[in-house]
Design a protein around this ligand. Sequence first.
Ligand SMILES: [Zn+2]
Ligand SMILES: [Zn+2]
Ligand SMILES: [Zn+2]
Ligand SMILES: [Zn+2]
Length: 301
Amino acid sequence: MQGAITKSTGQSPAKKTYAQAVTSTATATSAATTTTAGTTTKKKRLEPKPQAISKVVLTAENTPTIVTIDGKAVRDQFNKALNGNVVARVEISKRNNIVITTTKFYTADQFLEVQNEWWPVVQENWPEIQKAEKPTTWNKLVVHGIPVEEASDGFEKFKTECKEYNKIQVIGKSRWLIPPSEDQKKASIVFSVESEQEKKACLKNGLDILGIGLKVVNYRPYSTTTQCNRCQSFGHNPTTCRLTIACRLCAKPHYTKQHYCKECKKHGECNHLVAKCANCSQNHLADHPHCEAVKAVGLSY
Ligand SMILES: [Zn+2]
Ligand SMILES: [Zn+2]
Ligand SMILES: [Zn+2]
Ligand SMILES: [Zn+2]
């Protein structure tokens, strides 16, 4: 659990209450707009900024095994710890992470600022959780043309160049869009930035990395030829798919990885498999190259 909790580095020995923390933020923000600095002002309801993020994701090193949450009970625990209606919802995401959504009066930043106040609730309910952070998927980008040999350091140089030459703070883990082959000179990196402004700046100006001007585009987790691993159809984002689940092997309503042969007593393909395609109902696998649905989207294997 080392380095698990990023406690705010507030030096004050007395713990700030949530109300105090919010008030100090409120004062700081309003100070920018008001010219007269009043002594003590009335507590203002904070209006969220238009692009303010209201979600915080709780993650563990290994995928958490949490399957159910009593949303209301946990919400109440958080709000009791914070002495106010700060948390609106607590839910489990598709990736099995816990997602906390704040009420419209508070932003994710404000919630994270007082993490020490509500962290005990997390520890009590889900001891395996190690981190709380804002979701990074919204600001995912792709930069093309990165010299492969310069990125062998786990993208540290890329990160530094983003910061020093572009004033862009790369957050989370960067990765190759497609892992480059051995003789490949240039490749694309998927990376995340924290703010909407940084994202816009990247898209507009590109990035100056290692003395080269590089193009940046939005990251798309799918294309027209992406076959959804949940429902086996094409062209939509599998992570948000709400269509009926279909097995790639037998078309029955279970995930492919759950496909099980009772005779072999094992998962996956075996000689007993009667293949059925979820798209065309023929007796082949859903990603068979001869399938009319596969051919229709222009997928060639
Ligand atoms: Zn789907
Ligand atoms: Zn199956
Ligand atoms: Zn079998
Ligand atoms: Zn088919």
